[in-house]
Design a protein around this ligand. Structure first.
Ligand SMILES: NC(=O)c1ccc[n+]([C@@H]2O[C@H](COP(=O)([O-])OP(=O)(O)OC[C@H]3O[C@@H](n4cnc5c(N)ncnc54)[C@H](O)[C@@H]3O)[C@@H](O)[C@H]2O)c1
Ligand SMILES: [Zn+2]
Length: 380
């Protein structure tokens, strides 16, 4: 492993964690002198009582709701959110939802206060604009335990037409305060708990396996994997289990903190499946993880052994990918891409998009377009 001489480590997010944390938002915003929040959430959540209960608690403030987030969120959704921010004369943003709503919420304030389309702030845009101006105050409340977007400095957005995933990346879009309340995840149906929970587990595993140098993140990733491995199945089968929900929310944040280090080829595949086949991000990871990890094993067997040890998988490192496959079955995720409508004629395009995704550059085993084709074919 190459160890460059200078590293930049940063774990800056303030987090209030625990049941009932959501009821502290109104007081916190008032303390900051804020009066006109815009709640950014998704279509599905806006129909649930939990959003109405939450906004009722904000009644001392002049609150508006933007619920135009859905699916793999697009740049257009961000621009609609920015228009809602301006129309309300908002002075802060509350992100309330899963990774999709939080990724939009993170950059609504950027789009509302900066020139141009949000796509022009994507880190690898040829004419990338700086996020130079003041940003509205932003707080985040996750309602899934998966992406950990609430503690991340990335907003993953799909291009409006190609649906390619693009990333706005800046420490400036970090939430100023996270209110991580596991009770908000108790209404998640088992299938979404499973898919999002596998995403959290994947973040911890992939960041631990990645070749980048980040021992701080390695420590968090191992512990995050241990916690998720102990809680995921219980959270899926017994959604009201407060301990399992709490553990999954913690593991989800730990995964996102850990993947500052980097991710790997599972995520490159998942991003391609999101772009080409519009699959949900967590589900896409779940469909690929055991196939990709079995292929990765020979590159870092010691790291697999360590993962197996902390996750209490019998049989050592070689048993880790098969354990994941069995876990997927126990939590109700059908094992193949084909079961989710992916057909063989999409494989060439999937491999091309995965190969162009930077996530795989830190995969423990170098991954060519041909390797990606084989991985997608095996997972089909
Ligand atoms: N920013 C990052 O670092 C990062 C990391 C990984 C993924 N992502 C992005 O996050 C998105 C996926 O996020 P996600 O996996 O949280 O799913 P999601 O936000 O798309 O939500 C999935 C579904 O769950 C519903 N839902 C959310 N909370 C609920 C609740 N408490 N009760 C009932 N239903 C609920 C939503 O309405 C939605 O239909 C993708 O767009 C992906 O690209 C971002
Ligand atoms: Zn992910």
């Amino acid at each position: 492993m190459d160890i460059p001489t200078l590293h930049h480590f940063s774990f800056p997010t303030a987090i209030r964690f625990g049941a009932g944390a959501r009821w502290q938002v109104a007081g916190h915003l008032a303390q900051q002198g804020l009066k006109r929040p815009l709640v950014v959430t998704d279509r599905g959540l806006s129909a649930l009582p939990m959003l109405a209960e939450f906004t009722a608690h904000l009644q001392t403030l002049d609150v508006a709701v933007f619920d135009g987030v859905f699916g793999n969120p697009s740049c257009a959704q961000v621009m609609d959110g920015a228009a809602a921010f301006k129309a309300h004369g908002a002075d802060c943003v509350i992100g309330f939802g899963g990774g999709a709503a939080l990724d939009v919420a993170k950059v609504v304030g950027v789009a509302a206060t900066h020139e141009g389309d949000i796509l022009e702030y994507v880190w690898d845009h040829p004419g990338v604009r700086p996020i130079a101006g003041a940003l509205p105050y932003f707080v985040a409340l996750p309602t899934t335990a998966g992406t950990g977007s609430e503690v991340g400095r990335s907003s993953v957005l799909s291009e409006n037409h190609s649906r390619l995933k693009r990333v706005v990346f800046s420490p400036r879009i970090l939430a100023r305060m996270v209110f991580a309340d596991p009770e908000l995840t108790e209404s998640l149906p088992p299938a979404i708990t499973a898919a999002t929970g596998i995403d959290a587990l994947t973040h911890n595993i992939e960041s631990y396996l990645s070749r980048a140098y980040h021992p701080l993140c390695d420590g968090i990733a191992l512990e995050g994997a241990r916690i998720a491995a102990g809680a995921l199945e219980i959270a899926v089968k017994d959604g009201g289990n407060a301990r399992a929900r709490s553990d999954m929310m913690m593991a989800s944040m730990m995964g996102a903190i850990a993947f500052q280090k980097d991710l790997g080829a599972v995520h490159a595949c998942a991003h391609a499946l999101g772009a080409v086949c519009n699959l949900h991000h967590g589900l896409a990871n779940a469909l690929m993880i055991d196939t990709v990890l079995a292929w990765n094993f020979e590159a870092v067997p010691g790291r697999f052994h360590e993962l197996a040890r902390v996750c209490q998988v019998e049989g050592g490192g070689a048993a880790f990918a098969p354990w994941l496959k069995a876990l997927k079955q126990r939590i109700g995720i059908p094992g193949t891409l084909a079961a989710h409508g992916v057909t063989a004629d999409r494989i060439a395009q999937l491999a091309e998009v995965a190969q162009a995704d930077i996530c795989h550059l830190t995969n423990p085993r170098p991954c060519s377009a041909t390797d990606f084709e084989q991985l997608f074919r095996s997972a089909l």
